[in-house]
Design a protein around this ligand. Sequence first.
Ligand SMILES: *Cc1c(COP(=O)(O)O)cnc(C)c1O
Length: 350
Amino acid sequence: MRSFFRPAVDAMTGYVPGEQPKPGTKIIKLNTNENPYPPSAKAMAILHQIDGEWLRRYPDPYARDFCSAVSQVLDVPTDWIIVGNGSDDVLNMLVRACAEGRERKIVYPTPTYVLYKTLAAMQPAEILEVPYSDNFELPIEALVEAQGAITFIASPNSPSGHLVDTDQLRELASRLNGVLAVDEAYVDFASGSALALVREFENVIVLRTMSKGYSLAGLRLGFGIAQPPLLAGMFKVKDSYNVDALAIHVGTASMLDQDYKKTCAEKVKANRSQLAVDLKQLGFTVRESHGNFVLVTPPTDAETLYLALKERGILVRYFSQPGLSDKLRITVGTDEQNQMLLEALVSLLP
Ligand SMILES: *Cc1c(COP(=O)(O)O)cnc(C)c1O
């Protein structure tokens, strides 16, 4: 059959998102790292006050109200912030603006967030993957040697859950000619952040999302923080009205409700510790995690266990990739959800 597509599109595999059952189905969903707690009540209240004018008019192309909220909370200037339709959109802008072909490669340590590869394939830009060692030491020398137009580091990383040391990121930033993009989607559950590097280096961008820490995965809102010259090229390639009016209003209220976000994150962290203890008792190996998930090695075949849990209405993430095929990534749920997971495991394990 003839193809209608660019060769790069013919050659690529599309991103495969985690399974999304319909809301309301009786499924315990521990596969895509959503926050188990509801969004801020202050954010939900906005939805009851929607003004038709917000929808009749185009939204603010720069989401300035949301930028002001971020600026206030993170103490960064408003013009150091770029907002996207989820942080995936910000990643997309960065790739479109910076990467191309063999001369402007995309580099990242693996295993990590799979979207980096998809975005590179569609640009297209050459990819250089540098495997992490078993203990997830950052392979600085190999990353520096690769000299990517963009080097992506997710920290905390998914699916490993490890946090990359800021001093190592500082060294990397200072030795790279291209952009260092630190993807902090899980920062709200972690004990550190590389945000300070944005002030030190003109080539660093830190990416954040409202999807995980703020329980707003369905809203689609994320942002990047960098010095204005790095953002300039990204503003050129972004969709004009990439963030809708509801996302701006709801996201702003949510960002300003830091107390609620912190309370939820503390609960998630407490549940994460308890879940790790309980899983270890069942014979699992559990990696220390700075995210709202744990990467575990079950005492039996991981894929079989994944399928058996699914059969019982419990979704976890299985990756059939080298290095991960004996592991499962389990999102930290509510106490009740974690308990149901543990009960199912007790009955399934030999
Ligand atoms: C969830 C996730 C994102 C995507 O966040 P959205 O804002 O929902 O697009 C980005 N990076 C990593 C590492 C993630 O896990």
